[in-house]
Design a binder for this molecule. Structure first.
Ligand code: UT7
Length: 342
């Protein structure tokens, strides 16, 4: 045995390992040229400012839980487990199918899992890393063994696709990623988290309505004023994101006695390719130490990290024992990172 987190010698330490990953994306591809038909924008502007070439948007009938189901089945396959083997679900989304209840229970039902607990996490872009930290706590405490963590988002139905909403409409998109987690006593697994928030910036990236502070909660007036659309102060988000993510990656690696140079791979939230490039430079990482796919999927909020992770796994970029960092920044503002050994 090894010292555990409390430093008690001889007590074996349980860590949380990734047992399987899966993703699901809507079939419908929306190109920058497609968007130029709807609003005053161009392929050139979108590519230069964001790096995005195309993204996936759902068609009516496709749902967040539907995508999450597909991603989960794929993750369970890789893990060699069935829905019956799951003990709990943590579902990160800022765009649930309905206002209440959250998506976790819908997914539990679609999966045909037993009557297991399901918790929705609403921390937007950083939802997946936050959900991981909750699942990790549950597993390490022994409360649950096998936990499904989902990051899934349908942003397209919250976007103003006219010229007035072009700053957000060209960025945000739909998709789902799922991971199955379980306990391990070996050297692999999640090593540390770094979690922060600052509500002073809550309205720099938000959806105002519907909301319980409004009387009534939902009205024609709100809709006429477009208060149900995602609103963002892009410059402010950008300015904070490029500082907070590198700072948080250094902090989480510091907790494990490592530096960015030791990383096999950094997966940063895919908010904007320019942001990812600043993070890479700031941490002095080589191209082979980072992974970006925003070109093809846009910003899928809580889904960007699990989608990228799954693609790296399937491309054979991760070997047992590799040091990996995940980092996210977004609405809240909330920012967080994780360090793990694959
Ligand atoms: O998950 C976290 C969420 N979000 C982010 O991380 C986003 C962070 N921010 C950004 O990515 C960038 O701020 C944006 C890509 C959103 C915007 O880029 P920017 O370089 O900050 O542009 P800007 O907002 O200063 O706008 C420059 C110009 C403006 O026109 P004027 O005022 O200079 O005439 C905008 O109206 O570009 C215009 N513009 C557009 N033009 C064509 C804004 N959106 C578009 C568009 N197409 N889609």
């Amino acid at each position: 045995g090894r010292a555990n987190d409390l430093g008690i010698p001889g007590v074996p330490m349980t860590r949380t390992r990734f047992l399987g990953t899966g993703i699901a994306l809507p079939e419908r591809v929306v190109t920058n040229d497609d968007l130029s038909q709807l609003m005053d924008t161009s392929d050139e502007w979108i590519k230069t400012r964001t790096g995005i070439r195309e993204r996936r948007w759902v068609v009516p009938g496709e749902t967040g839980t539907g995508l999450a189901l597909k991603a989960t089945r794929s993750a369970l396959d890789i893990a060699g487990l069935g829905a019956d083997d799951l003990d709990a679900i943590v579902y990160a989304t800022s765009t649930p199918d309905h206002s209440a209840p959250g998506n976790g229970v819908y997914l539990q039902h679609l999966l045909g899992a037993g009557p297991i607990p399901a918790l929705d996490i609403r921390t937007q872009c950083s939802g997946f890393v936050y959900a991981l930290s909750v699942a990790d706590g549950w597993i390490r405490s022994g409360l649950f063994r096998r936990v499904l963590v989902v990051g899934a988002e349908i942003q397209s139905t919250a976007l103003d696709v006219s010229t007035a909403g072009r700053d957000t409409a060209v960025i945000f998109a739909d998709g789902a990623g799922a991971v199955v987690l379980g306990p391990t006593d070996d050297d692999a697994g999640i090593l540390a988290f770094d979690l922060h928030g600052d509500g002073a910036y809550a309205e720099k990236l938000w959806v105002d309505a519907p909301g319980s502070m409004h009387h009534p909660r939902m009205s024609h007036g709100q809709i006429d004023a477009g208060r149900h659309f995602l609103r963002m102060d892009g410059k402010e988000v950008f300015r904070h994101a490029v500082v907070r993510m590198p700072e948080s990656v250094r902090a989480v690696l510091g907790k494990t006695g490592h530096t960015p140079a030791d990383l096999k791979l950094l997966i940063a939230h895919q908010a904007n390719l320019r942001i990812a490039e600043v993070i890479q430079r700031s941490l002095e990482l080589r191209d082979d130490q980072v992974y970006n796919n925003i070109m093809w999927y846009g910003n899928t909020t809580a889904a960007t990290i699990p989608i990228a992770l799954d693609e790296c796994v399937r491309a054979g970029r991760l070997a047992r024992g590799d040091l990996i960092a995940l980092t996210a920044f977004g609405s809240g503002f909330l920012w967080r990172s994780a360090a793990l050994r694959w």
